[in-house]
Design a protein around this ligand. Structure first.
Ligand code: FPP
Length: 247
């Protein structure tokens, strides 16, 4: 039974990650420049956050800018950076009001000082909120995350803070970004491509993958509902047999 994009008794994913793809093609289809698509994508971001809040999803991680996106045309990168600043300025208070805890994961040291400052203020303001954790992956790469974790861990071995035998999956996990968050249950990718594109690699180990042809600016609460409904119909076995899971 569904009510206004609110599922009454589903198996809800705790952590949903989204690769927001298709902004450029959406704009091209309309005879507009690519950045028009990114601007339209902001409304889809708002719809996805709204759906996550209404449905008590604990964590929503959005891939806003990958480490590889720096190679895009300079003007497109500039507009994306301006858009991030604009959205932070206009939305943080509303997010805070809705008890959203905002976090940015990725190497933000390459962003300009103003953006870094806005990110830091937004994170501080919302740090103690207990509702949705909204993770924005910015200048993020899954391989970067893993290498970063490995480097930190090796440094600690070198300094004698941990020994080789302490290293386990749990310990490794503790050095990755978003180490305090549940693993991703559902990954959604819009825009028709079916790949991970160096997004969360470690954290996607047991995620269910959902691909849709919908371009990101057309993503809506209805499309989110379709993805979650599809997720709730799947049997997650985590390496067990179907019989074991059902017993
Ligand atoms: C991918 O589409 C989209 C991006 C690289 C940027 C996503 C950014 C936004 C939706 C803007 C606002 C976001 C936040 C979190 C404030 P694409 O350009 O690769 O599309 P294409 O594959 O059709 O070229």
């Amino acid at each position: 039974m569904e009510m206004e994009n609110h599922i009454v008794d589903p198996i809800m994913p705790k952590h949903v990650a989204i690769i927001m793809d298709g902004n450029g093609r959406w704009a091209k289809q309309k005879g507009k420049i690519r950045t028009f698509g990114h601007k339209a994508g902001v409304d889809a971001v708002k719809a996805s956050v709204s759906f996550a809040i209404k449905n008590d999803i604990a964590v929503l991680t959005l891939f806003a800018f990958s480490s590889e996106n720096w190679n895009r045309p300079v003007e497109e990168v500039r507009v994306l950076m301006e858009l991030f600043k604009l959205v932070l300025s206009s939305e943080v208070k509303k997010l805070h009001k809705n008890k959203v805890r905002l976090r940015v994961i990725g190497d933000i040291s390459r962003f300009d000082a103003k953006l870094v400052d806005k990110i830091s203020k937004a994170e501080t303001m919302t740090a103690n909120n207990t509702g949705l954790t909204l993770n924005i992956a910015a200048n993020y790469g899954g391989k970067w995350d893993i290498v970063n974790a490995a480097k930190t861990m090796c440094a600690q071995v070198q300094d004698g803070k941990i020994v080789l035998d302490d290293i386990s999956e749990t310990l490794f996990h503790s050095y990755t970004c978003a180490n305090d968050l549940p693993e991703v249950d559902l990954l959604i990718r819009t825009g028709g491509e079916q790949r991970i594109s160096n997004f969360l690699l470690w954290q996607l180990a047991y995620a269910e993958l959902y691909f849709t042809d919908v371009y990101w600016p057309d993503f809506s609460e209805e499309v989110f509902l379709q993805a979650v409904t599809n997720f709730s119909e799947r049997q997650r076995r985590f390496g067990l047999t179907g019989e074991q899971v059902c017993s």
